[in-house]
Design a protein around this ligand. Structure first.
Ligand code: 5GP
Length: 131
């Protein structure tokens, strides 16, 4: 059965899309730690990032770098943090998080629920800067 993230990348489950190419998809985390929290996935399903072969791993990181550059331009923040956790969804994903303080990377704090318009505006702002 397809993973929830495969269904998102295929448009079967709605998401706030930020960027995509033929092998990758980026979208807003539904419960962000801070506004703009983005997930970057390979379209090919794999559970664990360090099981990817070198080519797939490198391409994923390079795609995530392009998304991070767009986030940096679109959102007011000091830098973009990156993390891989994968304890909840068994489909490789890189978290990209706009940071103003170290605490913005704290995954244990209460997650946010933004309204639809805010999520759509943030996704559109990042998408506009994506190159
Ligand atoms: P992890 O697997 O890295 O521990 O966490 C998975 C992340 O995916 C969480 O931050 C969670 O909020 C996010 N997430 C889980 N299900 C969905 C979903 O259906 N849509 C979106 N956009 N994000 C999700």
């Amino acid at each position: 059965m397809a993973s929830i993230f495969t269904k998102i990348a295929n448009g079967e489950i709605p998401s706030y899309k930020v960027a995509s190419d033929d092998k990758h998809f980026a979208f807003l985390d539904i419960n962000p730690v801070v506004p703009g929290h983005t997930l970057v996935i390979p379209r090919r399903e794999s559970d664990y990032i360090f099981d990817l072969d070198d080519e797939e791993y490198t391409q994923l990181q390079l795609f995530a770098k392009r998304v991070a550059k767009a986030m940096q331009k679109a959102l007011p923040c000091k830098r973009i943090g990156t993390a891989v956790i994968g304890m909840e969804v068994p489909h490789v994903h890189i978290h990209l998080i706009p940071l103003n303080t170290e605490g913005d990377m704290d995954f244990r704090r209460e997650k946010l629920t933004l309204d639809n318009k805010d999520m759509a505006d943030i996704a559109a702002a990042i998408a506009k800067e994506f190159e």
